[in-house]
Design a protein around this ligand. Structure first.
Ligand SMILES: Cc1cc2nc3c(=O)[nH]c(=O)nc-3n(C[C@H](O)[C@H](O)[C@H](O)COP(=O)(O)OP(=O)(O)OC[C@H]3O[C@@H](n4cnc5c(N)ncnc54)[C@H](O)[C@@H]3O)c2cc1C
Length: 448
């Protein structure tokens, strides 16, 4: 499917919102979907991205029915083809909803198939982001090479965003920034700046994460005990393996490329005492390094690892669920609010749900420069519990895959568990959340 002509979708829908300025920090999937939605509504948007251009790191992601539903609602409510553009680059599984097959590594015996009701999909992250960029409305001004170091709630309903260049080297972006320090005054700030969120740190929801990410663990970000090798290879066969290690594969790029993630876990330390002290979170690795972790595995598996082009090792960190995301006129969205292990295949999907609920609330006619902070609270109130459950659930899902859960290696129970395990994520009624949020705003006397 080719992407539709997008010129028609770039104009604001509601000119009365243009006097309200919103700063969005972070141009990943969460930030860009949010910028498209809020810009299309008519808000004046400043989007700050620390990298010199939009770019996704990492390989493929899967989006389940709940994420597709969020993209569909955003598209139809705002008359902008987010879902169509996504589908033009995604690999869609719409016939039998196969999410994955869980098989034993040695005998290839199938434990279970896990199926969604409704269609699901997978995509190369970079292609997804590229498909979204033509939809950024004219109301959105993007500031690249702009690292936000601090945001401040000011007296008088304003927020100050500081985009000072870093004075210490940053391991992920060593050559960043071309822009000298500047400040921007906005009405609202949304931190979409990922797991290491500077916005979250500066509103006191965690200690500000230092640049020395190699060893520091702040109050809420912690190493999960799992690292993962990620890479792409030109194949279309899925494999799984167990025992503190497992491998997940799924096709992207219309079935021509296989996305492979090989997980290695060490759960000897208690959950709150796991520390990553082996350097930067994301590093390139050699095939030999990767294969050493899977020494003794059967030949098929090692052959797959051999085919990966440019493998990387990711130290997987998570946020301990926060009890709030909003302080004054600053809120969080996506991984900055609820980063988790990827075992439910749901992190980016949760960001799309965030964007849908937040945009739908800020679109209400009763939302003004004076009361917009109440709408941020409604968003938090009706998104946080579900996103927090997904964070905890993801950690436990990894234990099931690697036979470290109370189910042990009882294959029947594991199969039964996996078949039902993700239903609450996929079959959620987002519309009901939105209605409840609107009812709450009515009860608070904010909308009528
Ligand atoms: C191995 C792995 C597999 C995964 N698989 C899946 C999957 O199958 N399905 C799924 O739904 N999810 C998956 N996820 C999770 C998913 O990748 C994340 O949840 C999602 O990308 C989060 O998007 P985000 O926009 O919130 O944050 P990010 O993608 O982290 O984007 C943050 C952006 O903010 C920018 N930024 C950061 N700090 C600043 C700053 N101070 N100033 C300015 N800019 C800043 C960054 O450069 C970046 O562009 C997976 C994750 C991993 C690690």
């Amino acid at each position: 499917m080719s992407a539709p002509n997008t010129e028609a979708y770039l104009a604001p829908l509601d000119a009365s919102k243009s006097s309200i300025t919103i700063g969005i920090v972070g141009g990943g999937i969460g930030g860009v979907v949010t910028a498209i939605a809020l810009g299309r509504i008519g808000y004046t948007i400043h989007l700050f991205e620390q990298a010199p251009k939009f770019a996704e790191i990492g390989a493929g992601i899967a989006l389940g029915p709940n994420s597709l539903q969020a993209l569909e609602r955003l598209s139809s409510d705002l008359s902008t083809p987010i879902l169509a553009n996504y589908e033009s680059v995604a690999t869609i599984e719409e016939h039998n909803g196969l999410w994955f097959r869980f098989t034993k590594w040695d005998t290839q015996e199938e434990i279970t198939e896990v199926r969604t009701t409704g269609k699901n999909s997978s995509v190369h992250r970079a292609r997804f982001l590229e498909s979204l960029l033509p939809l950024l409305p004219k109301t959105v001004t993007t500031h690249f090479a702009s690292r936000v170091n601090k945001v401040e709630n000011l007296p008088g309903n304003k927020v100050l965003i500081h985009t000072t260049p870093p004075h210490q080297p940053h391991p992920d972006y060593p050559s960043e920034t071309t822009e000298s320090g500047r400040t921007f005054e906005v009405d609202v700030c949304i931190g979409c700046d990922g797991v290491k969120s500077a916005v979250r740190g500066s509103i006191g929801l965690s200690l500000t994460y230092g640049y020395d990410v190699t060893t520091r663990v702040d109050a809420v970000v912690r190493y999960t005990g799992t690292y993962a090798y990620r890479g792409l290879l030109p194949l279309d066969k899925a494999i799984e393996r167990t025992g503190e290690r497992h491998i997940l594969t799924f096709p992207i790029e219309q079935g021509t490329i296989l996305n492979l993630v090989a997980f290695v876990s060490d759960r000897t330390a208690p959950e709150d005492q796991r520390v990553w002290n082996s350097g930067p979170w994301v590093v390139p690795v050699t095939k030999d390094q990767m294969k050493a972790d899977f020494a003794g595995w059967d030949k098929d598996v090692l052959d797959y690892l051999d085919l990966i082009e440019k493998p990387e090792r990711w130290a997987l960190h998570e946020l301990v669920p926060l009890d709030k995301w909003t302080v004054g006129r600053v809120t969080l969205l996506g991984d900055s609010a609820h980063a988790s292990l990827p075992h439910n295949g749901a992190g980016a999907g949760q960001a799309t749900e965030d964007a849908y609920i937040l945009a739908s609330l800020l679109r209400l006619p009763g939302c003004t420069a004076e009361n917009i902070d109440k709408f941020l609270l409604a968003y938090e109130k009706f998104r946080l519990p579900r996103a927090a459950k997904q964070q905890v659930w993801a950690l436990r899902t990894g234990e099931v895959y690697e036979m470290e859960s109370p189910l042990g290696n009882d294959w029947d129970k594991i199969g039964e568990n996996l078949r039902e395990r993700y239903r609450w994520i996929w079959e959620h009624d987002l519309e009901a959340d939105l209605k409840e949020a609107v009812e709450w705003l009515k009860a608070e006397g904010v909308v009528h």
